[in-house]
Design a binder for this molecule. Structure first.
Ligand code: SF4
Length: 463
């Protein structure tokens, strides 16, 4: 079964829908947008219809509704997460990736536990509470290494804070290995398909475990069956035809929802970037406008999934993405940590990046200066067991909003008090005052009670 196309993915149907569905008239468009506003996942023909819209008014309605849907489910918050790259050893040969096995230009590294601790402290001292551990497809499928890294993360602590949520993006594992990680209390497993388009996938993934297209497609099922509660899907935009990929992603999420009660917990939308030791160019490059449209349509298609962008995109673009439905930012790049490799290779090759160069205070400041979004460091849901199906049920009922508002404000105030520069603190205080004014009476009272505790020195306040 693992060596064939899963029944939920129907490429011919996707091609046919993309070819046949016409631009919707305004009544049809309204009906689709209403469905999304009712937090119903969209079907293939509906997603394809959104991709057909060309009129200025229609596009405006798409972007405005994507924002409304995000507001309805998550409110104004933008969750911030840091990647931590553990190792760049890899047994696969993905032509776009610096970690690919055959790349001789980079220095190879397994971070040692003391180095992991140091890197984690670096993030903690910036105010991060969530981390994504990233590695290549470790040649020995070394799950003990990953498990140890998770343990290190959960035991990192200094006077300034701790990490409270550890997610993983480390390629495909066996069911048994996923079970091992579940025992270590991991958060989400991010399992990017990169592209669902078989020809494009095979052209870019030349050998090694990741080159098995069918196995990759079955990965989220294997993780779910091993007890992973939250599985994130993702696209490497530019690798395949993005409209096809978006429809396939909708099919994938619908399949997970049908079988396990939650669709894609998150959807990551990253564009392919240049990498040291790779001259592979994106076969289907995406313009900024198409990228934003992809974000908005993904939000409408999967109303309750977390939508993740990276701050490796130009800052204007990720900020616009936050207004087009994105709910999370990775403050560094999962797809390419070697952003600055043109500084030159060292004696042993391009150095393994031991930490991210973008400080979270800068990201928060960008969000505050030019946007209305509330940066959030809240980790209440996983720690109260509101995960997987339960999270989905609350999100679908708009329940996240009433809890997330006060929780996000409390976590943000904790950040402002303990980690922010004075300038960011001033901006943050003003934003919190604005958000409190806009809240319902009940939410405001809850938020004010929590703020009083945080201002008195309490940390980790949530409801
Ligand atoms: S994309 Fe992942 S599996 Fe492929 S070469 Fe890079 S690190 Fe390895």
């Amino acid at each position: 079964m693992k060596d064939m196309l899963p029944a939920w993915l129907t490429p011919q149907e996707i091609d046919s829908v993309l070819a046949k569905v016409a631009e919707p008239d305004s009544a049809e468009l309204s009906a689709i947008l209403e469905k999304s506003l009712a937090l119903q996942p969209l079907g293939l023909a509906e997603v394809a219809a959104l991709l057909r819209v060309e009129s200025k008014d229609g596009l405006r309605d798409i972007f405005e509704t994507a924002d409304k849907v995000k507001q309805k489910v998550y409110g104004d918050r933008i969750v911030l997460t840091a990647p931590l790259h553990l190792s760049n050893h890899c047994g696969s040969e993905c032509l776009y990736c610096a970690n690919r096995r055959g790349n001789t230009l980079i220095e190879r590294k397994y971070m040692t536990p003391p180095e992991m601790r140091e890197a984690a402290l670096h993030l903690v001292r910036q105010g991060h509470k969530r981390v994504i551990l990233v590695s290549g497809q470790l040649p020995n499928a070394d799950v003990e290494y990953l498990a140890e890294a998770v343990s290190v993360m959960y035991t990192v602590y200094d006077d300034l804070g701790e990490l409270r949520r550890v997610n993983i993006n480390a390629g495909m594992l066996s069911e048994e290995d996923f079970r091992t990680l579940v025992r270590y209390d991991i958060g989400s497993m991010l399992l990017f398909q990169e592209t669902y388009h078989e020809e494009s996938y095979r052209a870019a993934h030349k050998s090694g475990p990741k080159s098995n297209y069918f196995r990759r497609l079955h990965g989220p099922d294997i993780a779910k069956q091993a007890g992973v509660n939250e599985v994130g899907l993702g696209l490497l935009l530019g690798l395949g035809p993005w409209k096809f990929d978006l429809l396939a992603l909708a099919q994938h999420s619908a399949h997970l929802l049908r079988l396990y009660g939650e669709g894609a917990h998150t959807v990551s939308l990253f564009r392919m970037r240049p990498a040291p030791g790779s001259d592979f160019m994106p076969p289907y490059p995406l313009s900024d406008a198409d990228f934003l449209r992809c974000v908005a349509v993904a939000r409408l298609a999967l109303p309750t999934s977390g939508l993740i962008l990276t701050t490796r995109e130009p800052s204007g673009l990720w900020r616009n993405g936050c207004s087009a439905g994105a709910s999370q930012l990775i403050t560094g790049s999962l797809a390419n940590p070697y952003q600055d490799w043109n500084e030159g290779a060292g004696e042993h090759g391009v150095k393994f990046p031991m930490s991210e160069d973008l400080h979270v205070d800068e990201v928060v400041r960008f969000l505050l200066e030019e946007s209305r979004h509330l940066p959030s460091f809240c980790t209440a849901c996983p720690r109260l067991g509101r995960i997987g199906n339960e999270f989905n049920a609350i999100a679908s009922d708009c329940g996240m909003r009433s809890q997330c508002g006060p929780n996000s404000i409390a976590s943000f105030m904790e950040f402002l008090l303990r980690y922010a520069t004075p300038y960011t603190r001033g901006l943050g205080d003003r934003l919190i005052a604005e958000k409190l004014r806009a809240m319902s009476e009940g939410e405001r009272m809850a938020a004010v009670r929590m703020l009083q505790k945080v201002l008195a020195g309490r940390v980790d306040e949530f409801i």
